[in-house]
Design a protein around this ligand. Structure first.
Ligand SMILES: [Zn+2]
Ligand SMILES: [Zn+2]
Length: 247
């Protein structure tokens, strides 16, 4: 099982996993895009780490000015949290990304640096059922990264992409490391992705606002005469990849 990032949603995932795997070993791999707070804060609240039968492999890049180990265990020091990382009964391995291509079970993973403050990557997962690309925090347009990114996410079956802003909001936040809906759709269309999941929603956007942005995204795809499917990423949703699609 591969988990992408450790935001606050990790708490609910932990509960669901304990219910689904009520006994026996639990083997999990967590891929981190970076150590900004909104991507690691769920880890102390992830119930499986309090179970000795849980084996968790965490892979990510260094925590900017700290090592990955320091960044992850630091948020569990007594100033912030009652249970120190060293007292967790589960078996946790923390590995800094060395090779940008590696395997997790039958899934081949590739990582790529993303244009975002600090040290940040996105992932491309080649699973037997399809290709999933995950770039939760990236500003594709500035810094000339767009072309590389298009190549990296080429033909993805599912592309989860930072689409935090509308075009007007983006103009006020150029250089902040996040993308806008228009650029996300343009990138997904150019890369011939099948489905785009807009992600990293702005905390000030209500569900109604996100619905409007999805509609705008679909209109951009139609304008571009593309069959790209555009949706917003949503808590608790299940998406099945079609078995047998090419990697
Ligand atoms: Zn970030
Ligand atoms: Zn973020």
């Amino acid at each position: 099982m591969i988990i992408l990032d450790a935001g606050t949603g990790l708490r609910k995932l932990g509960q669901a996993l304990l219910q689904e795997f009520s006994s026996g070993a639990m083997n999990l791999t967590l891929l981190l895009s970076h150590t900004h707070w909104d991507h690691i804060q769920g880890l102390p609240f992830f119930a499986p780490i309090y179970e000795s039968r849980c084996r968790l492999r965490i892979i990510g890049c260094e925590g900017s000015r700290k090592t990955l180990v320091e960044a992850l265990t630091g948020q569990m020091e007594t100033t912030y949290f009652p249970v120190p990382f060293s007292q967790l009964p589960s078996n946790i391995e923390i590995e800094e990304l060395q090779d940008f291509t590696f395997d997790i079970g039958n899934t081949i993973v590739r990582a790529k640096r993303a244009n975002h403050p600090g040290v940040t990557v996105g992932y491309r997962l080649f699973s037997p059922d399809g290709v999933v690309c995950f770039f939760p925090d990236v500003e594709p347009r500035s810094g000339g990264h767009q072309k590389d990114l298009v190549e990296f996410v080429k033909d993805a079956d599912l592309l989860l992409l930072d689409s935090q802003y509308d075009s007007e909001e983006y103009r006020r936040h150029v250089g902040w490391g996040h993308g806008c809906v228009r650029d996300s759709v343009a990138l997904a269309v150019e890369a011939n992705a099948k489905r785009l999941l807009m992600f990293h929603h702005d905390p000030d956007h209500t569900d109604a606002r996100i619905d409007e942005l999805v509609k705008a995204g679909r209109d951009f795809a139609t304008e571009a005469k593309s069959s790209l499917v555009v949706d917003a990423a949503m808590e608790g949703s299940t998406i099945l990849l079609s078995p047998g699609s090419k990697v």
